[in-house]
Design a protein around this ligand. Structure first.
Ligand code: DON
Length: 319
């Protein structure tokens, strides 16, 4: 399982132990209600704060799911590492890094100041500015072709055809002025690589793809296994791309909380404003959680607690 030669740091505990540990985590955090559901995109405010799903997938093709692990939500920022992976595979990781940047900003995900602070105006693919630039590098003659490539690529990570939530897309497209501002600013600096309105449209569609915690676990396990999807056996991206993507997730996946995340959890992760978090244990598998209430940085509160618990109980911390 996993790509040949891709570094493996061991395996998950036995199936029975994994199942028991997830059940403990679920019971322990079932009543946790801290945080606030995102409302800057109006449709997101309708999310059920009680929704709670956990899924752990290993690189052998097993998935252990609990609670609302099959409930759907829009992927939002959890799409970012996967689109970055597609771009790295197409352009080469070094060229992608040169054009997008790979340094943490230490600032909120939608920061404009982050762009202004860097002499070369790059940020990284895990925050909105760098993610919009990443999407602008997806190949295609027009927005439709780029979008199909994003959707097909993310579907290969998930091992099933993902579809877009039209209501989320519409709602976000109607309230997307800040992202549009970022895209035009970056275009002015030569740091968005296609028409900025097209980049925003594809980026907004990308964020509106519907996924489940189970999908995110399989997507994460694909990164854990050197690019081989454990459910389908398809080599989705190159092993070297996985290393590069995981590095950027480790430094910037939880925005300005990325340092404290790595300190607590010891693994690369990526969060999104719908309440999803995917966390990757290289060689072993991935943990995905879904719980909509967020902290001030836009990261699921319960997802962080559960993942910290699971990282420790499953022995996943890299350090
Ligand atoms: O661009 C946005 O603002 C959203 N589509 C995605 C942001 C996001 O998920 C940030 N996450 N915590």
């Amino acid at each position: 399982p996993g790509a040949p030669g891709f570094v493996s740091t061991g395996s998950l505990p036995s199936r029975d132990d994994v199942r028991a540990i997830i059940e403990t985590a679920y019971a322990r955090f079932r009543e946790e209600r801290s945080g606030t559901v995102a409302d800057y995109i109006p449709v997101l405010a309708e999310a059920d704060p009680a929704a709670f799903g956990i899924c752990v997938a290993n690189t052998q093709g097993d998935a252990f799911a609990l609670g609302d692990a099959d409930g759907t939500f829009s992927i939002q920022s959890v799409s970012k590492p996967f689109v970055f992976a597609l771009v790295c595979d197409a352009l080469g990781a070094e060229e992608a890094a040169r054009r997008l940047g790979v340094d943490a900003t230490g600032l909120p995900f939608n920061s404009i100041m982050a762009v202004e602070l860097r002499a070369d105006r790059t940020t990284n693919p895990m925050v909105n500015s760098g993610a919009i630039a990443t999407t602008s590098l997806v190949g295609g003659a027009n927005a439709e072709e780029r979008w199909q490539r994003v959707r097909d690529g993310l579907s290969r990570f998930a091992g099933r055809t993902l579809t877009m939530d039209e209501r989320v897309y519409r709602s976000e497209a109607d309230h997307n002025q800040r992202n549009a501002g970022l895209a035009h600013l970056l275009r002015g600096y030569g740091r968005v690589y296609c028409d900025p309105d097209e980049a925003i449209d594809v980026y907004t569609r990308q964020c509106s793809l519907l996924v489940t915690a189970r999908d995110l676990a399989v997507m994460g396990a694909t990164l854990a296994g050197g690019g081989v999807n454990p459910a389908t056996g398809e080599q989705v991206i190159a092993p070297d791309t996985c290393r590069r993507v995981l590095a950027v997730m480790a430094t910037a996946g939880l925005y300005e909380r990325s340092g404290s995340w790595l300190f607590d959890v010891g693994l690369p992760g990526k969060s999104g404003v719908s309440g999803g978090i995917v966390t990757v244990s290289p060689g072993k598998g991935a943990v995905a959680t879904w719980s909509p209430p967020l902290d001030a940085a836009g990261n699921s509160v319960r997802g962080q607690l559960v993942t910290r618990f699971l990282s420790e109980a499953l022995g996943l911390n890299l350090f």
